[in-house]
Design a protein around this ligand. Structure first.
Ligand code: KG4
Ligand code: ZN
Length: 334
């Protein structure tokens, strides 16, 4: 079964063709990051406009690269929530038009579910149930994936998402948007023990996260140094910050796994590209005899192949939408 998948929840316009939820036939991404970089973050209206301009071409390219025509497509899957509402609406309306015109079923896909499904594209043996740490620019969740379309949230952030925290700390250190990847690179030349940073926790909720205090601590350190006319050793600050975020993510996830009894741990979302998080999780999982699955770097960030993977499982579970499908800016994964 071939699914044509579309993604436009943030600042990548993406289309892909995926076979049976597991095989990528094409995966096209048009990134707008260069334009948003001028403003230090995603400007929602610009994002919507760029999606509107790019989506037809990206879809055509995805079909061409897969070597299929619309006649060989069995369903159209689209990210409908959560995300920037104007951006999501472009993908949803385009998918609706296409599904109506071609007489194809329309499959709505939750963005975080699709981040998790990115792992199915490269790990044929991976099947639910498992425990997943979903870390993106807008979300930080520990989720038990009970089945392909059944999820239980075990923990979540109460304030900033991990990616947001990376990006804001990086921005305060003068790095361009999105800063997470730059901070990661610079951290590799620093000493993770140089700065003792706070590890905020949520009282009474051991699996929940709070990152805003950590972000503020980094910003305050930088401001105070500036006021004193001093410069901080940025690689050390990056390494200490990254170490602290990864330590929090890793300890909470492993504690959750101990409680649920899961032996398979999966990483998903943009921040799962972080080198510190990947290596720390690898070490800790190996020491406990847990299997760890991570997406390849190319599938950590937003893309449509992951939408095609999850879309397949949504479709076989009977999750299809009518022509009244709407987009939602927020929607729980459950
Ligand atoms: O999943 P994603 O592409 O978009 C959302 O759904 O939000 O995640 C983007 C986030 C950004 O905050 C970006 O800075 C972060 O993932 N990110 C990283 C790295 N690569 C991307 N954060 C830390 N280290 C990285 N190597
Ligand atoms: Zn995402």
């Amino acid at each position: 079964m071939n699914i044509l998948a579309l993604e436009s929840s943030c600042d990548e316009t993406a289309a892909a063709v995926v076979q049976d939820g597991r095989k990528v036939l094409s995966n096209i991404i048009a990134s707008q990051a260069d334009e948003h970089r001028l403003y230090g973050g995603v400007v929602p209206e610009i994002a919507s406009r760029r999606h509107a301009e790019a989506i037809s071409g990206v879809t055509r390219q995805a079909l061409e690269e897969a070597g299929v025509t619309l006649n060989e497509i069995d369903a159209v899957a689209v990210t409908y929530a959560p995300g920037l509402i104007g951006a999501l609406l472009v993908g949803v309306n385009f998918a609706k038009g296409l599904s109506q015109a071609a007489g194809l079923p329309l499959v709505p896909v939750h963005h975080l579910r699709s981040h998790i499904a990115a792992n199915y594209l490269v790990h044929p043996e991976l099947k639910p149930p498992f425990l997943c740490l979903v870390v993106s620019g807008g979300h930080t969740h520990i989720v038990r994936v009970e089945d392909y379309t059944r999820f239980t949230v075990i923990g979540r952030t109460r304030d900033d998402a991990a990616g947001e925290c990376f990006d804001k700390a990086a921005r305060a250190m003068g790095m361009p948007y999105p800063g997470g990847v730059h901070l990661d690179k610079i951290a590799q030349n620093g000493d993770p023990t140089a700065f003792k940073l706070p590890r905020p926790h949520v009282e009474g909720s051991p699996f929940d996260f709070s990152f805003s205090g950590l972000k503020t601590a980094v910003i305050n350190l930088l401001h105070k140094a500036e006021q004193r006319g001093e410069t901080l050793p940025i690689p050390d600050l990056c390494a200490s910050f990254q170490y602290t975020v990864c330590d929090i993510l890793c300890t909470h996830t492993l504690a959750a796994a101990e409680q649920t009894g899961d032996k398979t741990i999966v990483l998903a979302g943009g921040v799962s590209a972080n080198s510190g998080l990947r290596s720390r999780m690898e070490r800790e999982c190996a020491a406990r005899g847990l299997s760890l699955y991570v997406p390849p770097l190319a599938l950590c960030g937003d893309n449509a192949a992951m939408v095609g993977a999850q879309g397949y499982y949504e479709y076989v579970s009977g999750h299809v939408a009518g022509p009244d499908l709407n987009a939602c800016a927020t929607l729980p994964i459950e």
